[in-house]
Unconditional design. Sequence first.
Length: 166
Amino acid sequence: MKKWTYMLSIIIWIIQINPVGAANKIAIVNISNIFQQSSQRAKIIKQLEYEFKDRATELEKMEHDLQIKIQTLQQDGATMQAIERNELEKSLINQREIFSNKAKEFQQENHSRQTEERDKILNIIQNVVSNVAKKENYDIVIDTNAIVYYNAHITDITNSVMKQVG
């Protein structure tokens, strides 16, 4: 429904600004394709993996330690003294809580950084699209993801933008 409303508003806008007899020069661009194939995206993925590598390793180690303690409790719990079993259970509960908090914090920070870097790349793409549109005198450039249908005579500037984005 949002796309239809969006497209209808674009059409109304085009009709309002288009003087009788003058045609707008329209182009399309596939932003998601450009983003997915961007060399900058691949660099950012590697950078973020490196940035969060130590914390991810720490979480994996904590999870492994938890699993070992759980197995110990399951295998030896019945034969342990009550005091020893209670201490192990308390330790497990405490360690799970710490792990859960660290995992949640890690996930939030990782997501935040991914969003930040994605927005930077999309900004670059937007600037390149604007520059190409100005250079080639397009009045309107529409993302192909917002279009249900377009005629083959509409110019697709995706490749031009992709070359400049890298």
